[in-house]
Design a protein around this ligand. Structure first.
Ligand code: SF4
Length: 443
């Protein structure tokens, strides 16, 4: 039996294919391969850089669907189904919107794969695939399952190993699909299994893809203590409240943490309240104290902002960009607030009649990447789209790149941080421009 795993792309640029040059290993497909019985042949195709060989023989196709890739995922699923190959769709978008996905699949998988994937493969092998499987969200890679990393080989992924220590987050930010999916719960893997996974592969630079690795501080401290003797470098996604605990900051730095992706979201208290961004609100100090701590520990911060709150204007968006520049963040993302399906933000905008693109921007043929998908209060949707892109352009121009680089405590701290700064900021800067206004899907 052969199972084919697919990582879909978002779509294409107006006149050419889009190849994602900043692509990371699709960890969840490696995990899925690891959960597949060993007598089954597994192949993986990554639509971000290779053509999908629809006519290659296979017995089951599994596609991981995110909201941004839903339109392209359905195109791929339809191609396989035209050829009589059964398709199962899984991933966060399927769990958030199962009714939409059923039209493009023989089977859908809601929740996490760990408990039921071998059953799916068995059912497919015996020609009795069920229409729907419900796996509970929970601890990743239970039983010590290791990803089959050989399926990543030769596909040009960034030179870092993706791993997961935990899933979910205890916070409840109104725009966050993760919080919705995991119902504000946080699930942590056994630490010995994580350490074994680190030892089982050769990379020394690790990206823990946890939704918020700081959601459980005790668990994070345990991980840091175990990582110290392993002499790895790592980064992850972490909420800003961690900066209030010196012990944790010390442990993170000592264990090789080089920085994190952190959601600053907004520089105004009113917008943080609107988004229910509680890890940023406590003792709000315009982030002066938090940034001082991050610099003290030499961390290269990738700041994420969400823009388009009810109080946002062109001036507040430019002030956000100036703040990010002044803070000399290694990188900053100026994301438009996106109404992900089934989130509190989506429901609020729907009730207020403010959703654009028929409320389904991810499927709408006119929607383009980076466009506002709702009507803001103090700007038009187009003004919001343009202001965010202007912020990206100003933050990423050449003089800004050198200005941010000049931070001796972070980007100039070691030879490694200098190399990482230039390698990744230039790469992601390029992707920001390439992806702007990209079409979703290929048709
Ligand atoms: S802190 Fe991050 S992961 Fe947690 S709910 Fe907020 S946005 Fe989501």
């Amino acid at each position: 039996m052969r199972v084919t795993l697919i990582k879909p792309n978002i779509g294409r640029r107006e006149h050419s294919l889009y190849v994602d040059e900043a692509r990371m290993e699709p960890l969840m497909l490696g995990v899925l391969a690891g959960l597949t019985p060993p007598d089954v042949d597994v192949v993986m195709h990554d639509d971000r850089m290779e053509q999908i060989p629809y006519d290659d023989a296979t017995d089951l196709v599994a596609i991981t669907v995110e909201t941004y890739t839903a339109r392209r995922s359905y195109e791929i699923a339809d191609e396989y189904r035209k050829r009589g190959v059964p398709v199962i769709l899984g991933g966060m978008h399927v769990t958030l919107l199962p009714d939409e996905c059923v039209d493009h699949a023989d089977s859908i998988f809601l929740g996490d794969a760990e408990t039921l994937w071998s059953q799916v493969v068995d059912d497919a092998r015996n020609g009795r695939l069920r229409e729907r499987y419900d796996g509970p969200p929970g601890v990743g890679q239970i039983g010590g399952a290791l990803p089959r990393r050989e399926i990543f080989e030769g596909k040009g992924y960034l030179p870092m190993a993706l791993m997961q220590y935990s899933r979910g987050c205890r916070f409840a930010c109104s725009f966050c699909a993760v919080s919705q999916y995991f119902d504000k719960k946080h699930y942590i893997r056994r630490i010995d299994e994580v350490l074994h996974e680190i030892e089982s592969q050769k990379r020394k630079f690790i990206f823990f893809v946890d939704d918020n690795i700081g959601s459980d501080r005790k668990a994070l401290k345990e991980l840091c203590r175990e990582l110290i003797p392993m002499k790895v470098r790592w980064f992850s996604q972490a909420s800003l409240d961690l900066t209030r605990e010196p012990e944790i900051m010390r442990l993170m730095a000592d264990s090789g943490n080089v920085g994190n992706v952190t959601g600053f979201e907004s520089i105004t208290h009113a917008s943080l309240k609107e988004s229910k961004k509680s890890p940023n609100i406590g003792q709000f100090s315009n982030y002066e104290r938090e940034i001082k701590v991050l610099r003290e520990y030499g961390m290269q911060t990738w700041a994420a902002f969400t823009l388009g709150y009810d109080n946002d204007t062109y001036d507040s968006i430019m002030a956000t960009m100036e703040f990010a520049l002044k803070s000399r963040f290694t990188f900053a993302a100026f994301n438009i607030l996106m109404p992900y399906p089934n989130t509190p933000l989506y429901r609020k905008l729907e009730e207020q009649g403010r959703l654009l693109f028929d409320g389904k921007w991810w499927l709408h043929p006119e929607y383009r990447f980076n466009q506002a998908a709702f009507a803001p209060v103090r700007l038009t949707a187009d003004e919001l789209t343009d202001a965010c892109h202007e912020a990206r352009k100003r933050f990423n121009n050449v003089s800004s790149l050198f200005y941010r680089f000049s931070d001796i405590k972070t980007n100039l701290k070691t030879l490694w941080s200098v190399a990482a700064y230039w390698r990744y900021t230039t790469l992601f800067r390029k992707e920001v421009y390439k992806k702007h206004l990209m079409r979703f899907g290929l048709d």
